[in-house]
Design a binder for this molecule. Structure first.
Ligand code: IPE
Ligand code: IPE
Ligand code: MG
Length: 254
């Protein structure tokens, strides 16, 4: 299996041949620590979110040289609605501004942008911008950037199961044919390969409902750096570390 596959078909299910002394094809990042970064500077949490958003461009730009074809970032979880109204609405405004401001640069750099997560609860203006950005960049192939917005792994599996059940009810799917390969086709990530490496910043060693199904065999890096301090150099080192990992996928080293 190619590490630099262009299509999800090429990326395919894990067959035990992936990994080894090559770099990760798909890196997923839990961008955590914006709030603490701001608090340490005596600033409001949104100051940290704005600083965090500015880090994304450098990381996406670093991907081609590192051989990373897919990068997926966790921007807002289904649980983040629990935050104050000020923080939530500030984040939603930031997402709108971010899309408007970054569209040209992302397109010029050959980045294809996709969003995963439930759009139903999002503001119509934001959803329109998301749709436009996806359409505008849909022919790009250099890097695939996926932004998880109102995303939760359990929510995604629940929504996928609902659609799967509907297909059974409508006679399009035979329950006897449901196997391990069936559910991924209904997930928001259906066109993406599974992540090879998941990075979480800010020192928390948990995955907070991110890509639950897809990360079954991912390698993990939990690092202390707060997201607004994350650099392309740190990113390159984590990608390099990955090359030393022995991914066995349940098998035995030969
Ligand atoms: C991550 O930073 C960004 C979002 C969850 C939107 P946090 O806002 O969680 O920052 P900390 O964890 O409170 O420092
Ligand atoms: C995970 O961070 C979600 C995002 C980075 C968007 P959180 O800060 O929401 O996670 P917990 O609350 O520490 O688990
Ligand atoms: Mg956090």
């Amino acid at each position: 299996m190619s590490q630099n596959s262009d299509t999800a078909q090429d990326a395919g299910p894990q067959d035990g041949l992936q990994g080894g002394p090559t770099g990760p094809n798909h890196v997923a990042i839990i961008m955590d620590g914006n709030g603490r970064w701001a608090q340490r500077r005596g600033q409001p949490r949104l100051f940290g979110h704005r600083a965090g958003a500015r880090r994304v461009r450098e990381i996406v730009r670093a991907c081609p040289d590192l051989g990373v074809k897919y990068v997926t970032i966790f921007a807002f979880s289904t649980e983040n609605w629990k935050r104050t109204q000020t923080e939530v609405s500030g984040l939603m405004t930031l997402f709108r501004h971010y899309i408007k401001k970054e569209t040209r640069a992302l397109h010029d750099e050959g980045v294809r942008v996709r969003f995963i997560g439930d759009r139903v609860r999002l503001d119509a203006k934001l959803v329109k911008l998301m749709d436009e950005l996806e359409a505008h960049t849909s022919a790009n192939t250099k890097v695939n950037l996926t932004i998880a917005l109102n995303y939760g792994g359990r929510d995604e599996v629940a929504r996928a199961t609902q659609r799967l059940a509907q297909d059974v009810a409508d006679g399009r799917l035979d329950p006897a044919d449901v196997g391990e390969e069936t559910l991924p086709k209904y997930l928001d990530t259906c066109v993406l390969p599974d992540p090879d490496l998941v990075i979480r910043t800010s020192g928390e060693a948990r995955i907070s409902n991110f890509l639950l199904w897809q990360s079954a065999y991912a390698e993990y890096e939990f690092i202390e750096t707060l997201w607004p301090d994350f650099t392309d150099e740190i990113f390159a080192n984590l990608v390099k570390n990955y090359a030393g990992r022995d991914r066995r996928f349940g098998g035995v080293k030969t």
